[in-house]
Design a protein around this ligand. Structure first.
Ligand code: 3EB
Length: 332
């Protein structure tokens, strides 16, 4: 029997299914419902030219090799490259990725971010399913290097906003920006977009990031705290740290930072009209600055969200005083 996969442009797509797997990369890529595979871990991915395979050099702190994060949709998925942008499309969703070498840009991370965002936004603007970016991830090394306004994260924020131009004038997507603890010289950005707008969720315990005061840099960060996908079937949760209002809390106190993140996440879920807590339908990632803190973060998950699939990764939060950040998905 012939199956028709054509999706009407007006259909509201079901959320991609995100799961962690320890399957070989080639086996995952062989499935035609796979929209993206995020290869976590310090080791580069097996050689592949498939634009769906994205390496993010965050070492696993679970005592086991980091998994592949697989995004599956109601396929089939097609994929290709357009200049600097790799893309995959299926089930009403568009994944787009840019990966630029910082050393190709004389002015460093700020210019790399500007060029990468300009290329990504130019690509997305030309796609019928690229207009509404729901979620975006940003990774680069040495994020906290440099003092004050010269910190690399702050240059990234300025370059990102320049590169976005007017593309996000209706509102920013949910996002993560995390420092890679290994030197890669690369800025890797990937996103999930579709033809319909999602619903942006801000956190009542936190000032919206784009309103942060001047002391956090010339250009405030450009992201929403979370995005409820168009069908209302999943909440994409931005990187969430121990910040209330605009201030970092509990410097040097891991347990207190985790408790603050817990309160922030509960507030975000409440704002999205979802019950508190994370169950088996909530894949999460924890980014941990100091590997020695991993056992305490593992114990925190075991105590509060024992059924939530999660990975513990070594990564640097964009504020140097913060020790841990959590992001992920919550399915309705
Ligand atoms: C914060 O709340 C913590 O620059 O895209 C979290 C999520 C953070 C996304 C970004 C930064 C970003 O300000 C840092």
């Amino acid at each position: 029997m012939t199956q028709l996969h054509a999706v009407s442009p007006l259909a509201i797509p079901a959320a991609p299914r995100v799961a962690y797997a320890h399957t070989p990369l080639a086996d995952v890529l062989a499935d035609d419902d796979v929209l993206a595979v995020i290869g976590l871990g310090a080791q580069p991915l097996d050689e592949t030219r498939d634009p769906r395979a994205i390496h993010v050099a965050l070492p696993s702190l679970d005592g086991a090799p980091a998994p592949l994060e697989c995004w599956r949709v109601d396929g089939p998925v097609t994929h290709g490259r357009a200049g600097a942008v790799g893309w995959a499309r299926g089930g009403g969703w568009l994944m787009a990725c840019v990966d630029v070498a910082e050393t190709d840009h004389a002015d460093g991370i700020g210019q790399a971010a500007e060029v990468a965002y300009a290329a990504l936004c130019d690509f997305l603007a030309a796609q019928p399913d690229g207009r509404h970016v729901q979620r975006i991830w940003n990774y680069f090394d040495r994020i906290n290097e440099g003092e004050g306004d010269a910190e690399r994260y702050k240059h990234f924020c300025s370059g990102r906003l320049r590169g976005m131009r007017d593309f996000f004038d209706a509102g920013f997507p949910a996002a993560t920006a995390i420092g890679l603890p290994v030197a890669t010289d690369r800025l890797t950005i990937y996103c999930l977009a579709t033809a319909q707008a999602g619903r942006r969720i801000e956190n009542p315990r936190q000032l919206s990031a784009w309103r942060y005061p001047r002391r956090y840099g010339r250009t405030p960060p450009s992201f929403a705290r979370a995005m409820s996908l168009p069908a209302g079937d999943a909440l994409a949760i931005s990187g969430t740290a121990a910040i209330t209002g605009h201030e970092s809390r509990h410097t040097d106190d891991l347990a207190a930072q985790l408790a603050e993140i817990h309160a922030n996440l509960d507030a975000l879920l409440q704002q999205a009209h979802l019950p508190a807590g994370f169950d088996a339908a909530a894949p999460l990632k924890a980014y941990i600055r100091h590997p020695a803190d991993a056992p305490a973060v593992a114990a925190f998950f075991a105590r509060h969200w024992p059924h939530a699939p999660h990975v513990l990764l070594q990564g640097d939060v964009c504020r140097g005083e913060l020790l841990v950040e959590i992001d992920g998905w919550r399915y309705a």
